[in-house]
Structures are given as C-alpha cells and as structure tokens.
Design a protein around this ligand. Sequence first.
Ligand code: GLN
Length: 449
Amino acid sequence: AQLDRIASVDGDLNAFLHVDAEGALATAADVDARRAAGESLPTLAGVPIAVKDLINTKGQPTTAGSKILEGWVPPYDATVVERLRAAGLPILGKTNLDEFAMGSSNEHSAYGPARNPWDTNRIPGGSSGGSAAAVAAFEAPLALGTDTGGSIRQPGAMTGIVGVKPTYGGVSRYGVIAMASSLDQVGPMARSVLDAALLHEVVAGHDPRDSTSIDAPVPSVVDAARRGDVAGLRIGVVREFAGEGFQPGVQRRFDEAVAKLADAGAEIVEVSCPSFTHGIAAYYLVMPSEVSSNLARFDAMRYGLRVSPDGNPSPSAEQVMAATRDAGFGDEVKRRIILGTYALSSGYFDAYYGSAQKVRTLIAQDFSTAFAQVDVLFSPTAPTTAWRLGEKSDDPLAMYLEDVCTIPANLAGVPGINVPIGLADDSGLPVGGQFLAPAQADDRLYNAG
Ligand code: GLN
C-alpha cells in the first residue's frame, strides 16, 4: 500500500530520491512468514519506514543530496539502519534533503526540492524535508531524519507531524554522513507522539562505534508517550522566543496551546534565557567550522564523483580535487566550507571559533538555570509557517533566522520534540510547538508532547 501511495504522489512531492520496492517487499514477506510460524517479533516488525539519504544503507545509494556522492553505494549500514533491519522494519527508500543537511527548506538539494503536501508550491522545511513530506503525505508511517540545528523539528512543524531530536549521544551517529559532529543527532519522525516513541526505542541506545554515544539506559519514552499527563508539570515559556519576526498566526496558536496546557493542569512559568538570542550567531561559526573539516574527506579519491579539469591532459591530484569539489558541491555547501575555513584560520580562531564556544557555554548555563525552575520548556518550533519555494532563496540570512528557536538545543545537547498545534489562522498552514528537556530526560518530551 505504501509503495502504491509513493507511486501515485511522489511525482508531485519529490520526497524520495530512491525507492527500494524489492528490498521492502522482501523484508515484509520475511516478517509475515516468521509471524505465521509463531515467532514473536518486535512491536514495529513489518511497519515500513523511510530513511533520510544522509544515513548509510548497505547496497542502496546514499547521496547526502549532493552531486559529489551521486551513484555512491555504501559498503555498510549505519547502526540505526542495522537496528531497523533487526527489528524487521521494511525500508521503503531514501528521502530528499538539503545537500549535506545544510538548509531549512530542502531547496539546497542537488536533486530538486521536496514539496510540502499541504501546498506543493511551498517548502516542506529542511533539511529532513523529504522525510517530513513522506510522513505527512502518508507515503510512509515513519521516517528517520537528522537534526543539527533544527532539521527534524522545523520540517515537522512545516508539515504538521511529530519530530524528535534526541539528547546528543542518545542515538548512534555511526554511518551517518557528518555535517557538524558536535551537533548532529538522528531522530524519529511520525504522525503521532506514540509512533515516534516506538521508533525512538528501536534506534536509541549505546553504540561502542560512536565515541560520543551515551552508555546509559534509554529513557522509557514509550511509557511516557502513553502516560501523556501534564498535571503538575512545570512548563517554562521562553520570553525571548516571541515578538519581532514571529508570524502573528503562529503566536496565536502558540498562546492557545499554552492555555490548553494550563487547563490540563500544567503550571506555566515565564523564564528568561538571554543567551538564546545569540544562538544563531554562535551556530554559524561552530557549524561551518566543523563542516569545513568534515567535508575535507570528499577529495575525489575516496568516494563518488571524480572530475578532470578541462583541457588538462595530465592534471595533478590537487587539480582533480579542485575540479571535483567545484563541480560536485552546491553553492550553500561552498559558502559554509569557506566560512568555516576562515573562522578556523590562524589569527582568527580565538576571535571567532573561540568566542562562539564561549557563547555555547552561556547557552548551556541558561538551560541549567531554566531547568532548575521548570521540567520542560515550550516555544514555537519556527517563527513562521511554510513559505513559498524561492521566497527566501536570495537571502541566506533570512533563511538562517528560521532556526532561532531550534538551535539552542543542539548547541547544548538537550533533546527537543515538535508537535503539531493546529493551523495558523493567517496562512491556513500547520504550526509546530516545541518542548525541550534536560539531557537524558527525553521521556519528559514524550509525556508533554
Ligand atoms: N537549517 C539549519 C542549517 O541550515 C539546520 C540544518 C540541520 O539541522 N541539519 O544549518
């Protein structure tokens, strides 16, 4: 049924870069046979899933949304994919994304943008826009995304689905193509909080192959999702995430959600996190610095594309590398590599990267202060609803501002969930609300969500 749905709607949505009908059907048949034989299988066995094309799948292409990896087939599975296979989830295919996960609209994909199922002239958010569109359009009940500065939560908000960025280190990054290693996390996308929780428990947990993986039990997020009781919960509303730049229709839905939480017995407390307003500035130094280092491995020798410079019959290795990176990387990726290389260069390191790391510490301290007063924080996930394709393409800074509410969680390593909170009365499009919790308290997100 899901493959038929993909065949009928994905021509308009471009959510999938690759569909593996044969592999998905083989897994489904295997699960059916084992179930018929009386074997007891994991809860999600037989439930199909879509996987962001930043995550390695053995034998299936993995492009990162980039021409530089066109045609590359990984020789191994990411840990999260191994866990999906072990739990019997058929993998439908690989979903569209901004190139190397850099963007908030999916328009930076080298394979054309994914589109928002609510209005195909609009962006589905990014960078996990293909995963969000696939789940929102009923092409898949579940998907995996990655979130470095909001890329699960913001497309979740734009398409009206649930998306979770787990605690940093909660889910293995082994086999996930790195954008900014100190910020990246894999997480679930689904149409309900409980579905997301079930997937969370499949993929989370310690992995010795990821040195940043947390060696501790996974919080009981399924129980928390089933509980769903906010009576007595202290919920902090972040004063800095309102006002200028926030679409009135988003703000109205958010205020209404706060009132509903209060009606359900939550204690609403206004909190101030003054350093959060510097999150974007710090992120756009830390992230590109890590990008410039991580993307050095695409050197025309190890993976994918190799281009020879025009009219040069015997180019040097360096000339091949330059020609390949020039042809293979898109403009946004080049912009960030150059920014990061500059920020890390000798003489500038302390002024830029060093300062950004200090701001990062201040943001973590704001979270600690807030979580001494409240159990979770609540804010809009994004300041606006989905915009028209092309509307912000000429203005990278306008696009960067869309991440104002999501970035602090990545800088501090704390978990966050997007939940749909209704349609904006000024655009008719989905609005998302975001809960944030202390590190390793992911269960609080599922309970509140
Ligand atoms: N939109 C942010 C960026 O462009 C976040 C991307 C992400 O989380 N992968 O960097």
